[in-house]
Design a protein around this ligand. Structure first.
Ligand code: ATP
Length: 369
């Protein structure tokens, strides 16, 4: 097990592309950290620098306090699991999983015990004599993980390991990886571009854009206190609603009406003189006002009415896409309970708690609340 420290790590490719800039992060021993961000933001390059597959241009990489910038990949004692499983087609599952032990010249009895242990954890016991061609995608990925586990490495690096699997299998594998992590507690750095995977798997998320870290923290921090507009828009599904607004001495002027100063808004107003802002409200901040009236539970919520454009009903909830009657013809999405009688083409009264409003600077994107 290991602590991994990236200290001002930068990758500049020969053509001048800066793929990763001044990356600072301390990954604690046993921690599960997710690197997430849009395509091309530098996730894989960061992982490859930790693995030693990509040279570090400047900065320092330390594993358990030791500088490893110049250490060859095979000497770093770090196991990598890729999106393509890279299994040997002519070998059985048992031989594939045991391959690193064979390379390390472990005796047969010791190797068999380790292979069987890994197979048990990964639910592969009945498949040990099969070849990769006769396995499903999810089973192949589990074999690839088995090969990483038997080495007892200091750390696991995983680069989009689930992206070749269908949606249902991805969910199953996600829970398997969580179980594996709870059991092994090996330091893991996991790359994905899928924010749901990031939110459900990691102890901490590192959200990157254009080679630069935007925010680091537990999932609930990135969701509840996004540092800027990029984080606010990337984390959460459907994405946070962002509407133009103006902070004035009377409160916040918005397409949803004038919102009287809440403690959070007042604090922003005290810091910043009247100004234009971007207001953020998550789709799940809204409720169908009719349901609240039925329970008589309105406490502190504000309401507004909008025209319903489209309604999606994926099962346990409903997504209502609404047109606002403002100069910019803004649109909004509300995530409502399945009980909501919302209908396409009809006006809908929505209620929300103004304490859930986020305010952002329209120029810098910084969160002002
Ligand atoms: P994806 O999710 O698409 O895999 P990523 O976040 O993993 O993307 P990287 O593969 O790390 O991104 O790439 C980061 C940036 O570095 C991109 O702009 C990419 O085009 C660039 N890049 C990658 N390899 C090279 C190279 N060998 N030479 C020049 N630029 C490169």
């Amino acid at each position: 097990m290991a602590e991994i420290v990236l200290d001002g790590v930068t990758k500049r490719f020969p053509d001048g592309t800066v793929a990763v800039a001044e990356f600072d992060l301390t990954i604690a021993d046993g921690e599960f950290v997710i690197l997430v961000g849009p395509s091309g933001c530098g996730k894989s390059t960061t992982l490859n620098m930790i693995a030693g597959l990509e040279e570090i241009s400047s900065g320092e990489l330390r594993v358990d306090g030791e500088r490893v910038n110049e250490k060859a990949p095979k000497d770093r004692d770090i196991a990598m699991v890729f999106q393509s499983y890279a299994l040997y087609p002519h070998m059985t599952v048992r031989q594939n999983i045991g391959f690193p032990l064979k390379l390390a010249r472990m005796d047969k009895a010791g190797a068999d015990a380790k292979i069987e242990d890994a197979a048990r954890i990964l639910d592969l016991t009945d498949l040990l004599d099969r070849r990769p061609a006769n396995l499903s995608g999810g089973q192949r990925q589990r074999v690839a993980m088995g090969r990483a586990i038997v080495r007892d490495p200091k750390a696991f690096l995983m680069d989009e390991p689930l992206s070749n699997l269908d949606a249902k299998l991805r969910v199953q594998m996600r829970t398997m990886i969580s179980r594996l992590q709870n059991r092994l507690r090996t330091t893991t750095v996991y790359v994905t571009h899928d924010q749901t995977e990031a939110m459900t798997l990691g102890d901490r998320i590192v959200l990157m854009k254009d080679g630069v870290i935007q925010q680091v923290g537990p999932p609930e921090d990135l969701y509840g206190r996004p540092r800027n507009l990029f984080v606010a828009g990337f984390i959460g599904s459907p994405s946070m609603n962002l509407l133009p607004a103006e902070l004035t001495s009377d409160g916040l002027r918005t397409s949803l009406g004038l919102i009287p100063p809440t403690p959070r808004l007042s604090a922003a107003l005290r810091r910043d003189p009247p100004r234009k802002v971007v207001m953020g409200l998550r789709p799940e901040a809204f409720e169908d006002a009719r349901l609240l009236q039925a329970t008589g539970e309105k406490g502190g919520r504000l309401t507004f009415t909008a025209r319903t454009d489209i309604v999606e009903s994926p099962g346990a909830e409903k997504y209502a896409y609404l047109d606002l009657d403002d100069p910019g013809s803004s649109q909004l999405v509300a995530r409502l309970s399945a009980e909501s009688p919302v209908r396409e083409g009809e006006p809908l009264e929505l209620a929300y708690d103004p304490a859930r409003i986020h305010l952002f600077d329209p120029d810098t994107g910084a969160n002002l609340t």
